[in-house]
Design a protein. Structure first.
Length: 135
């Protein structure tokens, strides 16, 4: 018996952060070195401004440089925001981030069921790098 409805796969949700930073092109290169990000799309203009789509282990995020639309209209964040990057080997990922130019906020350690450390990148964004500890 044929159905009149279209079969659809289960809903899948995702959030892909878009970060606007000073010197977006340099930021893209930092994320590639620090986090082994893969660049899958890039728009650039004659001034060197970029918008790039990056991913780490399939997790997508976007990076762009400053533009007139986002200079004075950013969110009202208290203490900025933090991105949590879940990786199989937080110690190695943390070390790569430091080597690429990030600064340590707190070292990788175990607390509250996570193996986790935090860095701040050269553009002021905080990254928690870790994974949940499963017994």
């Amino acid at each position: 018996m044929a159905s009149d409805s279209i079969s659809r796969p289960p809903a899948c949700y995702s959030i892909a952060p878009w970060m606007s930073v000073r010197n977006g092109a340099r930021a893209v290169e930092f994320y590639k070195a620090a986090f082994r990000a893969v660049e899958s799309d890039r728009l650039a203009d004659s001034t060197g401004a970029v918008v790039a789509k990056l991913s780490v282990g399939g997790a997508v995020f976007w990076v762009s440089g400053e533009s007139p639309e986002n200079v004075d209209s950013g969110p009202e964040l208290v203490g900025g925001g933090t991105l949590r990057m879940i990786v199989p080997d937080p110690d190695a990922a943390f070390a790569r981030a430091l080597k690429a130019g990030a600064s340590e906020i707190f070292p990788v350690g175990e607390e509250h069921g996570w193996r986790l450390g935090r860095v701040v990148d050269p553009f002021g964004l905080h990254w928690e790098i870790g994974h949940e500890i499963i017994d």
